[in-house]
Design a binder for this molecule. Structure first.
Ligand SMILES: *[C@@H]1O[C@H](CO)[C@@H](O)[C@H](O)[C@H]1NC(C)=O
Ligand SMILES: *[C@@H]1O[C@H](CO)[C@@H](O)[C@H](O)[C@H]1NC(C)=O
Length: 361
């Protein structure tokens, strides 16, 4: 190229990593535009190479268009200036620097192209020369073009082909954990049990070390119990036997017993209270999760009151989400649930009124 005063001047280059994509932008300044106009159609002037997303790129500027069809235009292309074995996937966008003040870095509207070794993609009809010459983009015989690029990094989605995985011989196969089975058997057989509970007229035997390891409340209780009274049964008030039984099941096996659909809502509410009482955070969340699916116009008031009293943020959100539908809100207002809420936790009524106000009903 004979034109010495012309060429790609590296003005700025930047890149950041966002999730699986690398976003970068490059600004190319064309100084002495009028002197580039002699370049024949199909010939280009290259920018300096620049690095973005771990790859080397350059921009090609065709002052008289890429081909005969675009002879009246300026064409710009982004070229991958390196040899790669696998195409680089990227989105790109060319614009004038002064147009893009408000442009975001996201290029989601553009197509993703495969950039192969020393090949590229671009815009044949970036701007008509006549239009450029009349525009504000051309100042003192120079203009700036910005190229935004999002390089899509596919590494994380690659999978091992099934055939390949299947050919790896397995000499040893490890079965899933059976800890819960062994501890469940311990609960069933009462072997070496060292504590007795009396709950709602029923007795339950258990192992202090297991209960203490799972619940800080039990641990404290046994620590405070004198050896002398260890023989007597521990009475548990304000809890029903089936709830205590399910609580033990969770303590020993980390899961809940099978429940039928009709009992699930009531049992989950009781168990949530028990979980709070014995400081079993995971059980509390399991119950909250189950209760989220039990929210209906008829159950909303009791579930919301429970969520409020036991600081269940997720469950409370689910209740308010249910009430965000005017139909559901009307159904709840028509039930006697509001009376119940007013009595059991008036604070939540205030919040509810605020939400209704926001809905404009
Ligand atoms: C692009 O790649 C070629 C071939 O590897 C190399 O000779 C050249 O210096 C690189 N840079 C530009 C701006 O073309
Ligand atoms: C409103 O109630 C219906 C029926 O119980 C339920 O299917 C729907 O998901 C509720 N709407 C919201 C926003 O939760």
């Amino acid at each position: 190229m004979s034109s010495t005063a012309v060429g790609g001047k590296l003005e700025r280059s930047a890149s950041v990593i966002i999730a699986d994509a690398m976003i970068g932008c490059h600004i190319l300044k064309i100084d002495g535009y009028s002197r580039t106009k002699g370049t024949p159609t199909g010939e280009f002037i290259k920018s300096h190479p620049f690095t973005m997303g771990g790859h080397c790129w350059c921009i090609r500027y065709y002052p008289n268009g890429y081909d005969s069809e675009s002879a009246d235009y300026i064409s710009v292309f982004l070229i991958l200036n390196e040899s790669v074995t696998k195409a680089v996937k990227a989105q790109h966008k060319f614009s004038f620097v002064d147009d893009v003040e408000e442009q975001t870095l996201s290029l989601t509207s553009e197509d993703i192209h495969d950039f192969k070794s020393h090949h590229g993609w671009g815009q044949k009809t970036f701007i008509k020369r006549e239009a450029l010459e009349k525009s504000k983009h051309l100042k003192d015989d120079s203009f700036m073009v910005r190229c935004d690029v999002t390089i899509i990094n596919k590494i994380h989605t690659e999978e091992i082909p099934m055939a390949e995985a299947a050919t790896v011989p397995t000499f040893v196969s490890v079965p899933p954990s059976d800890l819960h089975q062994h501890l469940g058997d311990l609960l069933q057989t009462n072997k070496d049990a060292d504590v007795v509970f009396e709950v709602g007229g029923e007795t339950f035997t258990a192992h202090r070390c297991v209960l203490g390891a799972r619940s800080p409340v039990f641990s404290k209780l046994f620590g405070a119990m004198k050896e002398s009274c260890a023989a007597g049964a521990v009475r548990i008030e304000y809890m029903e036997a089936p709830v205590f039984k399910a609580l033990f099941c969770f303590i020993y096996t980390d899961s809940l017993p099978e429940m039928n659909k009709e009992d699930e809502a009531a049992m989950s509410q009781h168990l949530l209270v028990a979980a709070c009482r014995y400081n079993l955070e995971r059980l509390k969340l399991i119950c909250e999760h189950k209760l989220c699916k039990c929210i209906e116009a008829s159950t909303l008031a009791t579930i919301l009151a429970l969520a409020e009293q036991h600081h269940c943020h997720g469950l409370k959100k689910a209740c308010f989400n249910f009430l965000s539908s005017p139909v559901n809100l009307t159904a709840v207002l028509a039930s006697d649930g509001i009376e119940y809420l007013n009595r059991s936790c008036p604070s939540v009524i205030k919040e509810l009124i605020a939400k209704i106000g926001a809905l404009g009903i």
